[in-house]
Design a protein around this ligand. Sequence first.
Ligand SMILES: Nc1nc2c(ncn2[C@@H]2O[C@H](COP(=O)(O)OP(=O)(O)OP(=O)(O)O)[C@@H](O)[C@H]2O)c(=O)[nH]1
Ligand SMILES: [Mg+2]
Length: 476
Amino acid sequence: MVIGDDKHISIPDLSDYRTAGSRLNGLRCIHTHIHDEPISQEDLTELVLLGLDLMATVIVDADGIPGPIEYAHILPKNIGDRGWDITKVPDSGQLDVDFIDLIQAIEDELARTDRRPTLEKKDRAILVAVATGPSRDTRESLEELRALATSNELDVADVIIQHLKKPDPRFFIGKGKLSELVLRCTQTGANLLIFDNELTPNQIRSLTDYTELRIIDRSQLILDIFARRAITREGKIQVELAQLKYMLPRLAEKNTAMSRLTGGIGARGPGETKLEINRRRAKERIVSLNRELEKIRQQRQDRRKLRNARRLPVISIVGYTNAGKSTLLNTLTNSSVGARNRLFETLDPSSRRLRFPREREVIITDTVGFIRALPRSLMEAFAATLEELHDADLLLHVVDASNPRMEEQIKTVNEILLQLELKDIPVIIAFNKADLIPSEEASSLARMLDGIPVSSLNRETLRPLLARIEEFLWHQ
Ligand SMILES: Nc1nc2c(ncn2[C@@H]2O[C@H](COP(=O)(O)OP(=O)(O)OP(=O)(O)O)[C@@H](O)[C@H]2O)c(=O)[nH]1
Ligand SMILES: [Mg+2]
């Protein structure tokens, strides 16, 4: 029993009532309104946020005699933009509904929506962005976020954009939109919100507490992908370092949302065992990881010295993630490094020999791809890997010419090259995936930006590129 005053009731903490597996929480709230008002926005918010079976208001008169009753329940699917249904019965005495049946039917329908396409138990996410500028930019950015999410084997249940002059300081999105979001999660079985924008630690905490969902932002998603892909010792150390550095400023001394923060998506990387890590232990771990990384860096340098002593020219392939860098390396050198249609397939660099006519040889390397707003902590942690790029005599910038965001991607890559202080190394641009666009478009692109159209899947198309490389290395 909960008692309120004539305006509000405040519902106590119900977290114990959430039962795993069933969508609604098994509670029905029946309360009275004494001023003849209908079900309020506040009632509906509680219904949605708490996942109640039912919210009912009975209007009583001054003598306490019940009059009309109104009840609201969540709809398994939105009708228009409304996710709930309200029914009014003029006289409580005439209420003739089997609520057990009604609620069971809603739950069955919710469970049906939950039937997933694959047997694997995946996280299901709703992507959220706040647009403060042109909505085209936000939509494009969300498309990339979707690619990131699916590359990380998440289901994307929905994508939601809110236009705001400036983000809400507490929840980032507006509170009304937030209730709508929680409802969409209930309807679609989503258990995760991924924000395209960077959230402050406080916003993450407020959102987690308010919605009881897991909340991550774009940077954390990228970090999580890296954690999933890291195979080598070096890769793993770098990723853990990046995650710790990302988390450190977000580690409050006492923080209940912490477990959800550190857990990432599937509790990979610095996961469950470090739930209680405090700042001090995180810092200690960073120091020890850095030390280990330094050792690896030393070994790498030794290896490089050996290689350089043989004076083979080095060509490094760089470019936006998924541009086709590894595919190009494979086709050029008949190798089989991992290449797949998902973002950040490659984390660990690979080097191969590439033979040119007249017994000439070069070393060609493939490395981790770039992306817009690459989290700083990742850039820092991957310094050892990226350091190799400084040895290159030539950078081969692979561009996915079929990507609608090609121009921004070129810009991003150029900016990152600038940050890495690689701008002095000559670059040849390869407009890859030329097979996916009309050939006139490919050749005009190539002319305009002084690049070479190629299709890395087809060895024949690489001749002009090889000729350009040869020309650069031996005939200038
Ligand atoms: N149609 C077409 N697809 C290509 C071409 N080159 C690469 N791909 C495809 O693009 C996808 C990404 O290729 P990758 O070589 O893995 O790309 P990457 O640049 O190494 O990507 P990351 O390692 O994730 O940064 C794969 O599915 C390739 O088969 C091309 O010339 N034409
Ligand atoms: Mg690759």
